[in-house]
Design a protein around this ligand. Structure first.
Ligand SMILES: [Zn+2]
Ligand SMILES: [Zn+2]
Length: 146
């Protein structure tokens, strides 16, 4: 789905839940899905503040919280570093670089098969699945001459 359609779907859901529809909230969601960097709240605030000078960090945090509640975003926690946010609605693997902190999506068709196998083996009712690989990205490997 294109980002504009997804932002429009978010707008409609806000309205139907009696939540305030503001340009700032919509811009935060649009940034999240277009950036593909799995941004932190701080990164989103830094990027949008020049466009929306009155946007506070609290607005960003609250909007992200709302997106997570609505199932439109996933919160990724990493110990003592700031939480990152994932707006990719497709099942995928997050490749997390422990050197530079980049997070890159990898679509992997095996994830569906993996889920089916897990369900068969466990009779667990799966609502969602998350996959995270931690390591060193190609750029950081090159930088180290590894
Ligand atoms: Zn890296
Ligand atoms: Zn992701």
């Amino acid at each position: 789905m294109y980002s504009d359609e997804r932002v429009e779907a978010f707008r409609r859901r806000l309205a139907s839940q009696g939540q305030r529809v503001t340009p700032q909230r919509l811009a935060i969601y649009k940034y999240l899905i277009e950036a593909e960097t799995h941004p932190s709240a701080e990164e989103i605030h830094r990027a949008l503040q020049p466009i929306y000078p009155s946007m506070s960090p609290a607005t960003v945090y609250k909007t992200l919280e709302l997106l997570v509640e609505m199932g439109l975003a996933t919160e990724l926690a990493f110990g003592d570093s700031p939480n990152r946010y994932d707006g990719n609605p497709h099942e995928h693997v997050n490749l997390v670089c422990t050197e530079c902190g980049s997070i890159v999506d990898l679509e992997e068709s095996l994830l569906e098969e993996l889920r089916e196998r897990v369900v068969r083996a466990s009779r667990f009712l799966v609502r969602s699945q998350r996959h995270e690989f931690h390591g060193v990205c190609p750029r950081c490997q090159n930088a180290k001459g590894a």
